[in-house]
Design a protein around this ligand. Structure first.
Ligand code: ADP
Ligand code: MG
Length: 323
């Protein structure tokens, strides 16, 4: 009827004016776009239907349904979902800086402060997902962590304190403006995690929340996944450890050109703080990484434990004291 058709046309993709390509995945291309009604800039993940089988199509719907459950400043917000004969369109809030991955490539590695600035925000997103909604991300990596560039209002050369726009201030206790400088020019403000294509809903009550399907990106997958054991939200904490490791030194803790060999080292959970790259990095940072890259998921840091790690707390308290 009339009402339905109006609703359909309002939902029509015509509402969005497509811009440039922001990124590409295996089955998707993500474009920037303008919402012609609100003039708002958005990101639209476009997925061609013909190349997907029934199960993969279902997975797109699952991805969207999971995004619908999530409402957090450090998680990419779903704006709209449109589907026609040939395509799915996942309309999301745009995170203009793009992937943290590219920023690591650009700067080789991050200072300890910039690494903490990033990782704490990822952890805040995980805290919300794991403890409030019951979602395991399962594909956490620098390619799926996006950032908004900071805009510096003022910089005090002597104290190394930055004054930032309020909207760039992340989830730390900082309100209007002050920030520890030592960010190595990373230019990273607010962090948002995206790509819920492999995410899974679990029960908040830990007892019956085990998953079995092996998935994720080799190199970031937890030992319990490659060993084909039951697993749960602890796998995100392992991935968080891999991300923190990479932020600090610029290369991943587990790497091998042969997938077979890589799988073996991940299964054993053997990694090293390679010299000379790790020489200047504090022991506090190394302890924190080790607590995340702990093979036994029962002994691995939970997200609450991670946020109370001394090396993380030192950073959060320092930020707070600047207010
Ligand atoms: P895939 O599941 O195919 O990996 P992603 O959701 O990860 O798809 O999107 C692919 C890439 O597109 C990302 O790695 C990123 O570069 C870019 N991208 C995705 N969503 C956004 C967004 N909301 N804002 C900015 N860039 C994005
Ligand atoms: Mg991705």
């Amino acid at each position: 009827d009339e009402n339905k058709r109006q609703q359909e046309s309002r939902k029509s993709i015509e509402r969005y004016k497509m811009g440039s390509v922001l990124g590409e995945g295996a089955f998707s291309v993500v474009y920037s776009a303008i919402d012609l009604l609100t003039k708002e800039k958005v990101a639209i993940k476009i997925i061609k239907k013909y190349q997907l089988d029934e199960k993969q199509r279902n997975n797109v719907l699952k991805e969207v349904n999971i995004m619908k459950l999530l409402n957090h400043p450090n998680i990419v917000r779903l704006i709209d979902f449109i589907e026609n004969k040939d395509y799915y369109y996942i309309v999301q809030e745009i995170v203009s800086g793009g992937e943290v991955f590219n920023q690591i490539v650009k700067f080789t590695y991050f200072s300890e402060d910039l690494s903490r600035h990033v990782i704490v925000q990822v952890a805040e997103a995980l805290l919300y997902m794991h403890e409030q909604v019951g979602i395991v991300h399962r594909d956490l990596k620098p390619e799926n962590i996006f950032f908004k560039p900071i805009k510096i209002i003022k910089e005090d050369q002597k104290t190394k304190i930055l004054k930032l726009r309020k909207s760039d201030n992340p989830n730390t206790k900082l309100d209007e403006g002050k920030f520890i400088m030592n960010y190595g020019g990373g230019g990273i403000g607010l962090i948002k995690i995206g790509d819920f294509g492999l995410s899974k809903q679990i029960s908040l009550n830990n007892s019956d929340s085990a998953l079995k399907t092996p998935c994720g990106t080799v190199g970031y997958t937890a030992p319990e996944i490659v060993r084909d054991m039951k697993y749960s939200k602890e796998v995100d904490m392992w991935a968080l450890g891999c991300v923190l490791y990479i932020l600090l030194c610029g290369f991943p803790p587990f790497f091998n050109d042969s997938i077979e060999e890589l799988t073996k080292t991940v299964a054993k959970g053997e990694f090293k703080f390679l010299s000379p790259w790790w020489n200047e990095i504090s022991s506090g940072a190394k302890i924190c990484v080790s607590k995340l890259l702990t093979v036994n998921p029962l002994h691995r840091y939970t997200v609450e434990q991670f946020l109370k790690d001394p090396w993380i707390l030192e950073f959060l308290n320092r930020s707070e004291n600047l207010q």
